[in-house]
Design a binder for this molecule. Structure first.
Ligand SMILES: [Zn+2]
Ligand SMILES: [Zn+2]
Length: 447
């Protein structure tokens, strides 16, 4: 009998783009299905030059930017390309979390293939669809519960919550006829849900897994500074009490933990956190998935306001938030009462806000990896122009290189496949169980 296999169709020697195909007899399931952000992808498609929306899969297949899997894509996305449409041959997709590099290609997937997500991830994906141009397509969504096994044919999948920079992130135990696989998704254990990550790896160790598919975003040389979430909080507290001017911050739009941290710090220094309408929508939609009162909600939670950007038109979903939103004049007039969380794309607002020279700008995102990062240069040009004082304060969504090695030792997996990393070789220190996976090669599960 054919043994079950694992094939990595993305996320190999790159951060993001995870697409893992597990085959066991007649059963075929995928874990994550997101676009790659590697330089290879940008050889053909960049900001202004994108695949056609009418036949996106065909345009991506032209350059092998998505895997050539029959029975996966929608008829429309394949168009009249050389991969012909056939009815589904993949029996389910499990999405570890709502980040684009894991979920961003779901729109291409045949609308009859079940997509399994956590309940909170389903909420996040719909909030993102409502407030951005992102589309995930129509699917028979299957919402799973924490640690409740799901059966797809002969394969059993158990989702375990883990700590990451977006809530509702999961790792999975996957029991096949040949043995058990653990897939970590993206994770850390220095955030507010660290206990979840520990519990997942305890389950992995107990299961004595045959294969561990582990993310390695921060493996290898990484000079970037990293704080814990609590460390970010005390840093922001310090800046807000020291500086009497308008304080500015920028963070990742779905990092709910960071938004909570910024809100708590703002309130503690007698300020209001001011967020974009998009963030306001996200907070309002995810709040019911958390214990009551945990997530600050615009219009309900004290110390939280919405910023009214100058726009010609507003969408229907924006209107309830815009009714009581703060215009730039008000934020400028009472600057020291606010911590304004801007997206980098909202920087033109600074021209109206004119924060006094020396006003603090808290960069609560990853530092750029390379020194010639264009976006970073542009950001600093703006900060220099307005004389803003730069503060780097971030807690990464990922475990450090040494933590990853420690996890590999503690779990004792028979085979370890580092993915979602540019440095799989950095894992080799963990011993002979580590295999740097090759794209598309089937690896057998079990002995
Ligand atoms: Zn990722
Ligand atoms: Zn992620």
């Amino acid at each position: 009998m054919k043994v079950p296999t694992i094939r990595f169709l993305g996320g190999v020697r790159e951060i993001g783009g995870n697409k893992i195909l597990i085959e066991d007899g007649p059963d075929r399931i995928l874990f994550d299905f997101g676009p790659s952000f590697s330089p290879r992808a940008e050889e053909f498609y960049v900001d202004y030059l994108q695949p056609r929306t009418t036949c996106r899969a065909k345009d991506l297949l032209e350059f092998d930017l998505i895997p050539r899997i029959p029975g996966l894509y929608t008829k429309e996305a394949l168009g009249d390309g050389d991969l012909a449409y056939v009815p589904p041959e993949v029996h389910g997709i499990f999405v570890s979390h709502a980040h684009a590099d894991h979920a961003g290609y779901l729109e291409l997937v045949d609308p009859t293939i079940p997509v399994h997500v956590g309940e909170g991830t389903r909420t996040l994906l719909s909030a993102i669809e409502k407030s951005t141009r992102m589309k995930y397509g129509d699917h028979p969504w299957q919402v799973f519960a924490d640690r409740a096994p799901i059966r797809v044919g002969g394969i059993e999948v158990v989702p375990y919550p883990v700590d990451h920079s977006i809530p509702f992130a999961y790792g999975f135990l996957i029991r096949t006829s040949g043995g058990t696989i653990a897939y970590t998704g993206d994770f850390r254990h220095h955030g507010p849900r660290a206990d979840d990550t520990h519990a997942f790896f305890e389950a992995v160790a107990k299961e004595k897994v045959d294969a561990l598919l582990i993310e390695g975003t921060r493996a290898g040389p990484d000079p970037r500074r990293n704080l814990s979430e609590a460390g970010v909080r005390s840093g922001v507290d310090r800046v807000l009490t020291e500086r009497p001017e308008l304080a500015l911050a920028c963070t990742y739009p779905r990092d709910i933990d960071r938004l909570r941290t910024l809100h708590a710090a703002a309130v503690a220094s007698d300020r209001d956190l001011v967020v974009s309408v998009r963030t306001a929508l996200l907070l309002s939609e995810v709040a019911p998935r958390f214990p009551s009162g945990e997530i600050p909600v615009p219009g309900r939670t004290p110390g939280l306001q919405v910023y009214a950007r100058k726009k010609r038109i507003s969408y229907l979903w924006e209107r309830p938030f815009l009714e009581s939103a703060l215009p730039s004049e008000e934020v400028r007039g009472r600057g020291r009462k606010f911590l304004l969380a801007l997206d980098l794309s909202h920087f033109p607002e600074l021209i109206d806000l004119r924060p006094p020279k020396g006003s603090p700008f808290i960069h609560s995102m990853s530092e750029p990896f390379s020194e010639d990062d264009v976006d970073d240069r542009v950001m600093h040009n703006w900060l220099d122009h307005f004389g803003l004082q730069f503060h780097q304060m971030h807690a990464s969504g990922h475990a450090s290189g040494s933590e990853l090695l420690e996890i590999i030792r503690a779990t004792g997996a028979r085979a370890v496949y580092p993915i979602h990393t540019e440095h799989p070789e950095a894992f080799e220190k963990a011993g002979p169980s580590v295999h740097s996976p090759e794209l598309g090669v089937p690896y057998p599960v079990g002995r």
